[in-house]
Design a protein around this ligand. Structure first.
Ligand SMILES: [Zn+2]
Length: 332
């Protein structure tokens, strides 16, 4: 069994153990209920090199929209593996501009622009400053990809390709619609809204945000990278799901500053309990804790404090707010 699927099974069984009969009572919504939100973990890693855990990225299928939150190195590859393409994504949110959360931004924008061939609306982009400047530095005429973009707009062979994809020359430049956001902002979508909160991470060098997504069938809070704080608890209050950085094993932080900036399992247990969420998804996992026995110990210790479900996140894990349903035992 592949490691990923094994750990997916581990997450499911840990969840089942946590829920007991509650799992058995879970039911898919009826025909009149809202379309269930679907969450795919695209990247659950850290800046440390890993082939199993890519840089931070999360995909939310809510109502008729595909929303990406963070797009670190490798997250776009996982997006393709999840069965989606850049042109399917309408909105991207960034919690902060650490490279492990935004390095695949250019890939998303350029691939979407190239394949979209002026036939899809511009990508809507939200995140903290200096996101506009980063976007200009990447895609403006004198930006990093300026010569590439010019070649694709002007060279005959590229125009031929553009027209073969359904585009009508002259071709427009990529024009992501960037809105810089701050704590307290609310972005209203079609049957969803995102509320912006403050993360506790590496300020003042980078603005760091946490994001709460409310859909018709429930709520999920993705805290970006953050240590524990009252503001995170307030933002996540009553959510069905909290996706939280669980960077390292509690008690091994090299300094108070490290603990304040990075989530660990005992602090996360308290946060999940105080916020009253139903499910805690652990992500942004260092190799230090991503080992047999250690991960089970962490889940066990969290469950001494927090009574809800705990999920050990894996790349490409798919989740719903309602949680899994245990099916019948089937023979061969
Ligand atoms: Zn970070």
């Amino acid at each position: 069994m592949k490691r990923r699927s094994f750990l997916g099974a581990l997450g499911a069984s840990a969840t089942a153990a946590a829920l007991g009969d509650d799992v058995l009572q879970a039911r898919e919504p009826g025909p009149s209920a809202a379309k269930p939100m679907k969450i795919t973990l695209l990247g659950t890693g850290t800046p440390a090199p890993s082939l199993e855990r890519q840089g931070s990225g999360y995909l939310f299928e809510v109502a008729d929209d595909l929303i990406v939150m963070d797009h670190g190195p490798g997250a776009h590859h996982r997006l393709l593996e999840s069965g989606h393409r850049a042109v399917d994504v309408g909105h991207v949110f960034f919690t902060h501009l650490h490279y492990d959360h935004c390095m695949d931004y250019a890939r998303l924008v350029l691939q979407r622009w190239d394949q979209g061939a002026d036939r899809i609306p511009d990508l809507q982009v939200y995140g903290p400053p200096p996101l506009k400047r980063m976007t200009d530095l990447l895609f403006a005429e004198d930006g990093v990809y300026g010569p590439d973009i010019r070649a694709r707009i002007e060279h005959r062979s590229s125009v031929d390709q553009f027209e073969a994809r359904g585009g009508k020359a002259p071709r427009k430049r990529p024009a992501p619609r960037v809105r810089e956001i701050k704590p307290g902002d609310v972005i209203e979508g079609n049957k969803w809204k995102v509320t912006v909160g403050r993360a506790t991470h590496v300020q003042p060098f980078l603005e760091c945000l946490a994001l709460r997504l409310d859909g018709e069938d429930g709520s999920v809070c993705y805290t970006g990278d953050s240590g524990a704080s009252d503001e995170i608890v307030a933002l996540a209050k009553g959510c069905d799901m909290l996706i939280h950085m669980n960077h390292y094993f509690s008690g091994t932080a090299p300094s108070p500053a490290y603990r304040a900036a990075c989530g660990n399992h005992r602090d996360n247990a308290e946060t999940a309990k105080r916020a009253g969420v139903k499910t805690l998804v652990l992500t942004h996992l260092l190799g230090q804790i991503d080992q047999p026995r250690i991960r089970e110990q962490i889940v066990h210790e969290i469950q001494q404090v927090f009574e809800g479900r705990v999920v050990w996140g894996e790349d490409l894990m798919q989740l719903t707010l309602a949680g899994p349903v245990i099916g019948k035992i089937e023979g061969y």
